[in-house]
Design a protein around this ligand. Sequence first.
Ligand SMILES: Nc1ncnc2c1ncn2[C@@H]1O[C@H](COP(=O)(O)OP(=O)(O)OP(=O)(O)O)[C@@H](O)[C@H]1O
Ligand SMILES: [Zn+2]
Length: 732
Amino acid sequence: MVNDSKNKIKTISILVPTPSPVPYSYALRADQTAGPGSIVQVPLGPRQVSGLVVEDLPDAKPIDPAKLREVTQVFDCPPITPDMLRFIDWVAKYTLSAPGMVARMVLRSPTAFDPEPPTKGIVATGTQPERLTDARRRVMEQVAEEPQMAWTRSGLAHATGVTTSVIDGLTKLNVFSEIEIPARPIVAKPDPSFGEPELIGDQRDVAEGLAATVSEQKFSVTLLEGVTGSGKTEVYFEAIAAAINQGKQVLVLLPEIALTQVFLERFHDRFGAEPAPWHSDLAPRTRERVWRQVTEGQVQVVAGARSALYLPFQNLGLIIVDEEHDAAYKQEDRVFYNARDMAVVRAHLGGYPVILASATPSVETRHNAQEGRYKYERLDKRYADAALPTLKAIDMRKSPPQRGGFISPALIEAMQETLERGEQSLLFLNRRGYAPLTLCRACGHRFECSNCSAWLVEHRFRKQLVCHHCGHNEHVPESCPECGTFDHLVACGPGIERIAEETLSHFPDARIIVLSSDMTGGVKRLRLEMDAIAKGEADIVIGTQLVAKGHNFPNMTMVGVVDSDLGLANGDPRAAERTFQLLSQVTGRAGRTGKKSVGLLQTFQPEHPVMQAIISGDMDAFYEKQIDERERGKMPPFGRLASLIISAATRLEAEQHGRALRGAAPIAKDVMVLGPAEAPIAMVRGRHRFRILVHGDPRTNIQAYLREMISKAPRPRGSVKVQIDVDPQSFL
Ligand SMILES: Nc1ncnc2c1ncn2[C@@H]1O[C@H](COP(=O)(O)OP(=O)(O)OP(=O)(O)O)[C@@H](O)[C@H]1O
Ligand SMILES: [Zn+2]
């Protein structure tokens, strides 16, 4: 910081939400105090924005503060910790994003930057009123029970069945004095000894290992791999207990909001209090309070979606990434990052352990564990001698469904038997709606989105055709918009609504629940439905991936996968891995309480290595093969990838800029540049898209390479936008 003694103001560096690669300089008045980590409000153009004070760049030239705009306000908020500031910087450099845009993810709760105002309350002074009415007596009796207790006026009035004017009267008589009650904690303190489980066999050893790792309080990564229902959650709770005992804060990352709800309850059973939740569905008021209490260190454990990684913890000592392989950890919007990888970075910078849990780890993580770079803990058996379901493929070529149907006779028979035993079945299909394609039988017209290169998905229940990319929707017309023929529109292929219809035709008396993110009523409704299923209030559950993860349905003994080949069709290099993970997870819902159970996979390619791996249960062989393939193809972790997504209002602009970028690619012997090629989804939300793929050696500094490429290329003009995705998950 540069001091200007004459004006008694100084220059400070502040990250503001702009694409600038460096912080902006502002002037701090003499009556203001702020240093690195302080959160401030500053003018930016005509607006006022939140900013984060950072260290000055080492080579920054001193600027006369008199020439700068002044900081409007310094918030009364604990400063962001130095390791968090380093984290912001690291994420920005790794993802090639502006540091101000990364800081923006931390500063998401502007209303929490100032402390929550205390509530006004009253407390008894010990003075007795001279004259006692009935109402007053009731109040005095209540207060006598706990004379030191602070009440709100309305709280005390309510508890004693009197009006607030009775309380006010007593306050005037000096019976009560007014005080300020500090803001209530959003969650109670978790108690590590509240509901200690009796761990068995391997569970105990693994839990002890994890607790010891946590106690070391230094950076390490542990892969906790365990088959579905082996007690991974139960075991990592012991790591959390160890961290709490050391007075540390803990972050548990979960891939799905729906999972967060279930998790909160389980955590409560173990620790006697819920962790603070964090996800996009939180009420704004709750969000603010969680943010504030995390930064004040009052909240000890947070369970949340990927954005929780950017919460400003004061004293973080452990991060757990549950279902670490899950694609939902990848954010593909503004700052492209994978929360699993960034969690490892954050733990590294802060010097504490991170635990990655999964029944089906990502190939990258599995490889790191096998190579000894990560600690490796395994739970190979299900809890309570529950056996994993017996898995079988149903060859759809040999056992085809009825005309117009999608469920093979073999699967219907299994559902019938399950129903007769009074147990539950789950039919899984990862496709919302009724049918993925609608066409006109007269002229062949297909219903496509006008903004995206995607078919419109029929949602029969809502009587709509919906684009799953941009949300565009229209009414299902009565006649074909192309040829005008009536009654000739046909639905092609199944979505879960259609599977529900077919199921109902076979089992008209069964209690059927359909679960997907389309359901109205949001997270609350979902939670109620899940509870209902767990209590046995449904015979057949039909669902998308929402039901695939993390839930315990004690009476579920049959899982049928309607289309096991679905994920294998696209050109994704991770298709095999993803299908394997999803199908293992789905079938893992069956037989969790020891009943005999079965998983049936409908497939047109039962000999496919992925189907074989799942059915044989030989995970090690599957990973070995996958790792081998990755190594031969120099794919991650044996190579580095980055995508450039070029989009524009017209196809020509996008393509031209893609070519220009390609032309600016530096020559390097360990880097290969592919493209520009039109993206598989060539248009999204009215923007035409091209992709460039940069492929390098494992040791390539891919960021430096990309930076050079971008600086040499012409700046994007007009409607052209370039997005950079380092370590891409999606190639669409
Ligand atoms: N030691 C134990 N004592 C009591 N219950 C246990 C114990 N271990 C596991 N369980 C129970 O077994 C079930 C499965 O455990 P848990 O959910 O922890 O497994 P998981 O490996 O996390 O499963 P998934 O990968 O499917 O999410 C849960 O209902 C859990 O409460
Ligand atoms: Zn669309």
